[in-house]
Write a protein that binds this ligand. Structure first.
Ligand code: TXA
Ligand code: MG
Length: 338
């Protein structure tokens, strides 16, 4: 299949046509690029799974741009979920709600729920408007790889497998949205992101954090979010994540890494390492820079010969929980805690 490269207003209109014809188009959002298709078409949704090589039991997020669309997809929306929407939509928050029958089985799999997000990215919103469709969109990577944060990353994984890539430049945030299950009492944070646990608790009070965010879940354990059990964000090389005080983690890595290993470090420690394959994660004091750089840096290592990467890791506070979660998952929870 020839994958069209689209951009601008003309690109949005062409992408909307393709989506109306049940085709798959990669689209920019403020978090990461998504692999979009008509969420109400089982045929279209199946194409997403094929292009990504996504495990069949992993449900998809549906992207909307109005509360009218929300009402078509969901029912019995709790008051606290409405409060979160008022506070954080449009934006980087995905809310799991009770679904209506109209949601095809390809979206929710065997669950009674559907995950919904109202993105803030101008192009994503315009595309939903122009196509008049709710859009199913997982991250636009091959299953298991780091999510793409620019059109070039998407092309690497998806060229020849989807109808088009709509280029909207770099994603602002760089990690996937926060996912919270609002059908449970208390609600459960399933994936950390830009909208932090602390921010959510500021609006609706105490929530639980799913175990899979901070530890490895074995295949036999029941997980709240099917996607959590799969290996994620993995570069080709093995990853060792080192947590703790940055000066100490840098010292540990210096002591244990070979010259041929890859290093992913805070900017402040870049000159401290002599390995040729080193990358900056961002300043140790700038968690948003770390979020923006992480996936791109992990992908960069795939262009090198390194077989082992050592990574410094931020603490779990605020957005740090999201960066640390993606890093730990990329390592299969191969974590050294100092
Ligand atoms: O930022 C994002 O959320 C990006 C952009 C494109 O919007 N999308 C994204 O989708 O990250 P995906 O498919 O890569 O991640 C969706 C996560 C998966 O872990 C999936 O298992 C979980 O959400 N999920 C989807 N529907 C669910 C449901 N009904 N209940 C529990 N978890 C669900
Ligand atoms: Mg994903």
């Amino acid at each position: 299949m020839n994958t069209l490269k689209l951009s601008g207003e003309v690109g949005i209109r062409a992408a909307a046509k393709l989506l109306q014809n049940d085709e798959v188009v990669a689209i920019p959002t403020e978090t990461v690029y998504g692999l979009a298709a008509n969420a109400l078409s089982q045929t279209a949704v199946e194409k997403i799974f094929k292009a990504k090589g996504r495990p069949q039991d992993n449900p998809l997020i549906v992207h909307i741009n109005s509360y009218k669309m929300l009402d078509i997809l969901t029912k019995n929306v709790p008051l606290n979920a409405r409060k979160l929407m008022d506070e954080f939509w449009p934006g980087e928050l995905t809310i799991v709600l009770n679904k209506r029958k109209i949601v095809p089985r390809g979206i929710s799999k065997n669950l009674d729920t559907v995950a919904v997000r109202f993105p803030s990215h101008k192009i994503a919103i315009e595309l939903i408007n122009c196509s008049q469709l709710p859009l199913a969109a997982p991250s636009a990577n091959i299953s298991g790889k780091p999510s793409p944060t620019n059109a070039h990353h998407v092309a690497r994984d998806m060229d020849g497998k989807i109808s088009a890539i709509l280029d909207g430049g770099e994603c602002q945030f760089g990690l996937e949205s926060t996912v919270i299950d609002m059908t449970k009492v208390p609600p459960i944070l399933l994936r950390p992101g830009k909208i932090t646990k602390e921010q959510i608790e500021g609006v609706i009070g105490k929530i639980l954090v799913d175990k899979s965010i901070t530890e490895l879940i074995s295949n036999s354990e029941k997980v709240s979010s099917p996607g959590m059990k799969y290996k994620h964000y993995a570069p080709n090389a093995r990853v060792t994540v080192v947590t703790g005080n940055p000066t100490e983690t840098a010292g540990y890595i210096k002591q244990h890494a070979n010259l041929s290993d890859g290093i992913l470090c805070f900017d402040e420690f870049f000159d401290f390492f002599s390995q040729p394959d080193k990358r900056k994660l961002g300043s140790e004091f700038d968690i948003n820079a770390q979020a923006k750089n992480l996936f791109s840096a992990l992908r960069d290592f795939d262009d090198t010969d390194v077989s082992h990467i050592f990574a410094q890791c931020p603490s779990d506070d605020g957005v740090g929980l999201a960066v640390a979660n993606r890093l730990k998952k990329s390592s299969g929870f191969n974590v050294v805690s100092l």
